[in-house]
Design a binder for this molecule. Sequence first.
Ligand code: ATP
Ligand code: MG
Length: 387
Amino acid sequence: MEQIILAKCGEIVLKGLNRNRFDLILMQNLKASLEDLGAFEISMAQSTVYVRSLSGADMEEAFKRTQRVFGFAAVCMAYVCPKDMESIKALAVECLAGPLGEAETFKVEAKRSDKRFPLKSPEICSEIGGVLLERFPHLRVEVHHPDVTVTVEVRDFGAYVHAVRVPGAGGMPYGSNGRACLLLSGGIDSPVAGYMMAKRGVKLTAVHFFSPPYTGERAKQKVLALAEELRVYCPGMKVTTVQFTAVQEAIRDHCNEEYFTVIMRRFMMRIAHEIARRTRSGALITGESLGQVASQTMDALQLTDSVTDSLVLRPLIGMDKEEIVRISRRIGTFETSIQPYEDCCTVFTPKHPKTKPTLRQIEQEESRLEVERLVEQALETIEITEK
Ligand code: ATP
Ligand code: MG
């Protein structure tokens, strides 16, 4: 039985005059994600994308990958047959045995985009419905809330039938809503923050700070592994690594311990701001959640933001740790995030950080540092990894 994938567009259907642009990016992303599986014919009609294999590709794998492409609300696997009622009936009975066997109620919907087909949609529905009731006598028709909706569609290239619809990845096509730099640590939160903005269509460049010899090679490898896991959603994402040792040592040597974390976070923002400028990124993304730790109080966040005029996006700001962990498990980054390697944030952490630092205090501390030189030197250590 030939299979075909149908992917229903999500939020982009609400777009007006610029809809075309979103459609194009969506189609490109889908094509790229299926590329190595073989040749496909991919077309769009009435907000549905149709994927047919031209070379016997693994359709189950293609189906899984389509479910991970941002921009689709739902994805179905359909079965194809010639455009005559006998074939459609035979196909329906054969391919729906699984879902209908377990259901109590069903309905049939028909669409006829090939207007030369002799039966009209309501006639197709009643004939197919009749055959299914005969074959699966335990079923009842229920038009409002059926357990299973069987869809029959007659199109130019043939007819197809499907009944199983799974949720798509949702969101907007990756790359359709600008670029941003994701401050990616080895923790649980920042990969989730990156995923959430990627889902809104933002193309990401990851920026990671590490502090050899205080942080080891395995800690860096862990972050690169997280980046690789994120590339499922953010194809081609580059990772920029920055050596942060000199900055942290300078803070340790010259500043009051209570302010370490906020000062360190301000350096991260300054450096990330410059990387954003160089990569033409319109925003910085962090994984902070209000009140989670001392550096994430409103006062501390404000001080962190005040060193940059970049837009700072914090998609996790209103979320509980439990919700963040749930997403992290679902997207597949959790197991890597909890590997116990040190992050530069855990180097020289104060025992009693200030939860309400003031700008005056912080500026006084920073006046003992050569801020610009430290930023410039850190920028000289940049390495870019892409895969
Ligand atoms: P995460 O789980 O993302 O590490 P966290 O709750 O541990 O977050 P912090 O360590 O205070 O929080 O860091 C806050 C945010 O700063 C992170 O979510 C991340 O965006 C950024 N960040 C922290 N450490 C690094 C790092 N080493 N490299 C890049 N960004 C970092
Ligand atoms: Mg962290």
